[in-house]
Design a protein around this ligand. Structure first.
Ligand SMILES: [Zn+2]
Length: 237
């Protein structure tokens, strides 16, 4: 119980059972990977097996991802875009001035220079997402530093394709997926709490889930909701 095999950015949850063979599964919709191993199998043996199946794992994950993927965005007017879990209408205006984004009720006003490409428009929106996250994340971290009694030395925002967050417990740093700006705010908070608990307990061990249940009792619902909502649109720049 509680063992995790890490291969690059892939984390495989290991369960011990009274079975004869190692069994690997990739689960929809988020492509979570689990491995059931006989009680006596050494973890490095299970890991070596998982490595031989890595191509298959990636292929399965990509399949689930493409099924759940949002329609690619062109960043043109009348398109809907998620922000903090709600749909907003995009309006694009061309003006020979510094690009900017303004939020007005349920409309995102994107102002770009004439002739800006799709990637250029996406970039302006992405910078705005970073700004929004930077204005939301520190207060949440501060609040939970008191509750959990850990210190986050630094947080990073990064576009990630396979996870919502990660933690370097030794360095005391956490990494958050920039796609979280599209999810309801309480899910951002859940991911932050999850990663902060990892500073106390790096593995997904029983202790980890006991701590998580103490600080964030509704973590199961939060995790389910994160997995159900559209996964990040991967080709978006
Ligand atoms: Zn975790």
């Amino acid at each position: 119980m509680g063992e995790v095999i890490e291969i690059g950015d892939l984390a495989i949850d290991v369960t011990r059972k009274d079975v004869k063979n190692v069994h690997l599964s990739v689960h929809p919709p988020d492509g979570r990977v689990t491995l059931v191993a006989p009680t006596s199998t050494r973890i490095d043996v299970a890991r070596a097996y998982a490595i031989t199946r890595i191509g298959w794992i990636r292929q399965q994950q990509e399949q689930f991802r493409s099924q759940a993927r949002e329609a690619p965005r062109a960043f043109v007017g009348r398109e809907t875009h998620y922000l903090w879990g709600r749909h907003h209408l995009l309006r694009v205006t061309a003006l020979d001035a510094k690009p900017e984004v303004r939020l007005d009720h349920r409309t995102i006003h994107l102002q770009v220079r004439p002739g800006t490409t799709r990637d250029g428009r996406a970039k302006v929106i992405h910078s705005w997402h970073l700004k929004l996250l930077h204005s939301a994340v520190p207060a949440i971290i501060e609040k939970w530093e008191c509750h959990i009694g850990v210190k986050v030395r630094r947080y990073f925002l990064q576009r990630m394709t396979t996870k919502w967050g990660s933690c370097n417990s030794k360095a005391g740093t956490i990494r958050l997926n920039t796609e979280l700006v599209k999810k309801p705010r309480d899910l951002l908070e859940y991911v932050i709490v999850h990663e902060m608990v990892h500073i106390l307990e790096p593995a997904h061990s029983p202790r980890f889930f006991a701590l998580l249940s103490e600080y964030y009792p509704s973590w199961r619902e939060a995790r389910r909701e994160l997995n159900e909502l559209p996964v990040p649109q991967l080709t978006e720049k």
